[in-house]
Design a binder for this molecule. Structure first.
Ligand code: GLY
Length: 597
């Protein structure tokens, strides 16, 4: 084990600001995003939060806090919280702004999952605002005429991949349940900025340049991201009058303005008219869309309750299984730099992914053994598989107790990282954790009424069966694709102690686990917990974050029997810890900040 790595990660344990800075720098592949001038016009308080992040320090507050992926979105939400609004109110303002300044990751054309801790009742509620497959979708949606799965981007780009968006209804439902501020006012800042223009951030500019070919396929998309034929560049002022108009309709008429009438008709026309790859979405699909309240999925870990989103997300189940297995081992003594700790984390994750691939899908369509997968005796058995010294030579799904007979094959869905995460604690004692997405960066690449449409349907398995056995996560009309999004609230004695989540495709699960373990087992503060170098193992290969101290684990993990792959691991963790006061951390790999009062 490298002495340097030990020294660095021990520094995280003793919370030295200087060494924490070193750690933050070491995991900032998009470091330019942190030093950009495009946020210089924001308030001095926001500048202080940006500075704290640059220095690898958590942001401290007493009354409320917000952590999200763009400082402008954080500022919009902070204004609502400052005026006594709830976390649900602030979330609406944040999401409206993210749809403008971070359009590639989430927005009105996508879906989201929300976990809510209610300060008054002490209850956890989870809302499913996931996209749905159109009623005209068939299980072979992503297969060619020969029944072979399509290439990923052949499926993604165009109308075929677009599910009925859920985000606008979710915003309204969250506000209806828990909001206090006037609904229409929550869109004011985003409308103003869309009309007046905002400076393009480095991340948006870089991603547009990198996706030019796909974005250029559809004229409205090209016109927005390549005005005059040139890609928008960092610092360019970008206006979006169509988005301002859509928000105004939502503000005045509620989400019906999106799901019925001219906006719905334009969405459908765009999907069905997508040149070369049309989809089957209809105005009936939009009119039928509803947000679903689901039972929260919670697991006990180190005498805390870790709660999140159940099916159709695999997030809370996988995070819960991994933590449930790890609870049987002493990670605190092993420490953050121990190959043995990462062997346990990596193989617990592989076991959870094996179950996920076999059993998890939309539970309104297939029976999912949620209770069986988290049952203590079942986790005992799975955890016992980790008791050796080396990497497991192979892993297979277990046999959790089912209350319904089922025979399922493993799925083959592909998930690539994009997405955004919002964590908020308000002055009323509420906490909100919401992961929001249009799936791939820029989603389907279809742009209508000022926003991008999702490609969420490619989160389904492209194959329907394997050796004649049906795959749980296959496409079916009206079904919601399995997700990895893991919006999480950690409770101690029924009170929240950590609000956390991340983008990152199916690596979201590993990122969230790593942050929780870092905070609860390794004593890192919340900024250190989101900044620490990532190591993630889903299917056998150990991904370790390139150009970080995690590289020093390459040799020991290889010696344990893993194939190791050093690569960028671009999480976007946003976390708030409640430890008497509030402290917030924002992922150095992205442009966001934590901010509070
Ligand atoms: N599309 C990312 C996810 O739902 O996991």
């Amino acid at each position: 084990m490298s002495r340097f790595l030990n020294a660095l990660w021990v520094s995280l344990l003793i919370a030295s600001p200087a060494l924490a800075q070193q750690a933050a720098d070491a995991v900032a592949p998009e470091a330019e995003s942190q030093t950009t001038a495009v946020f210089d016009d924001l308030s001095p308080d926001i500048q202080t939060a940006l500075e704290a992040k640059r220095n690898g320090q958590p942001v401290e507050a007493q009354e409320w806090m917000i952590a999200a992926a763009n400082p402008r979105a954080v500022q919009a939400g902070a204004k609502i919280l400052e005026n006594g609004g709830t976390a649900a109110d602030a979330m609406v303002a944040v999401q409206a702004m993210l749809g403008l300044v971070e359009p590639q990751s989430s927005g009105l054309g996508g879906g989201a999952f929300l976990v809510w801790f209610d300060g008054a009742s002490g209850e956890i509620t989870t809302l499913d605002g996931r996209e749905t497959a159109p009623l005209a979708a068939t299980p072979t949606l992503f297969q060619d005429d020969a029944g072979e799965p399509l290439q990923f981007y052949d499926a993604v780009v165009g109308g075929r991949s677009v599910g009925t968006p859920g985000t606008p209804r979710l915003l309204e439902e969250a506000h209806r349940r828990w909001g206090q501020a006037n609904w229409s006012g929550l869109f004011d800042d985003a409308i103003l900025l869309a009309e007046n223009g905002f400076p393009v951030s480095p991340r948006l500019a870089e991603l547009v340049a990198g996706d030019a070919e796909r974005l250029a396929r559809f004229e409205p998309t090209a016109a927005y991201f390549f005005p005059g034929g040139n890609a928008i560049a960092e610092g360019d002022t970008l206006t979006n009058a169509a988005y301002a108009d859509t928000l105004r309709q939502l503000a005045r008429h509620g989400s019906d303005a999106f799901y019925t009438g001219p906006i719905a008709q334009d969405i459908v026309a765009t999907v069905r008219g997508a040149d070369g790859n049309p989809g089957v979405l209809s105005t009936t699909d939009l009119g039928l869309y509803r947000v679903i309240e689901r039972p929260a999925v919670c697991v006990e870990y180190r005498a805390h309750d870790v709660c999140g989103m159940g099916p159709p997300s695999s997030g809370a189940l996988a995070v819960g299984q991994i933590l449930g297995m790890l609870d049987r081992y002493d990670l605190a003594t092993l420490g953050a730099t121990s190959p043995e700790a990462w062997r346990l984390i990596g193989d617990a994750s592989r076991l959870a992914f094996a179950d996920r691939g076999r059993y998890v899908a939309d539970s309104d369509f297939v029976p999912v053994p949620v209770e069986g997968m988290l049952e203590p005796a079942y986790l005992d058995g799975r955890a016992a598989l980790l008791s050796g010294d080396d990497a497991l030579p192979e892993v297979a799904p277990g046999t959790p107790e089912f209350d319904h007979a089922g025979l399922w094959a493993d799925d083959d869905s592909i998930e690539l990282p994009s997405t955004s995460h919002i964590s908020i604690v308000d002055s009323h004692g509420n906490a909100l954790s919401m992961t929001t997405t249009i799936e791939n960066g820029f989603g389907s690449r279809l742009f209508v009424r000022g926003f991008l449409l999702n490609n969420e349907l490619t989160d389904f398995s492209f194959s329907t069966h394997s050796d004649g056995i049906p795959i749980a996560n296959r496409v079916e009309p009206g079904k919601r694709p399995r997700s990895s999004m893991s919006p999480t609230i950690v409770l101690k004695d029924d009170a929240p102690v950590m609000v956390v989540g991340s983008p990152g495709g199916s690596r979201i699960i590993g990122y969230v686990v790593n942050a929780i373990v870092a905070y609860l087992d390794w004593g890192m503060n919340v900024q250190e917990a989101v900044s620490q170098p990532h190591l993630v193992n889903r299917f056998g290969t150990y991904d370790i974050e390139a150009d970080t101290p995690a590289g020093s684990l390459q040799e020991p993990l290889t010696a344990l029997g893993y194939e190791v792959n050093a690569r960028a691991l671009t999480s976007g963790l946003h976390a708030i810890a409640l430890d008497g006061g509030l402290s917030g951390g924002a992922d150095p790999r992205r442009e966001g900040i934590a901010f509070g009062r």
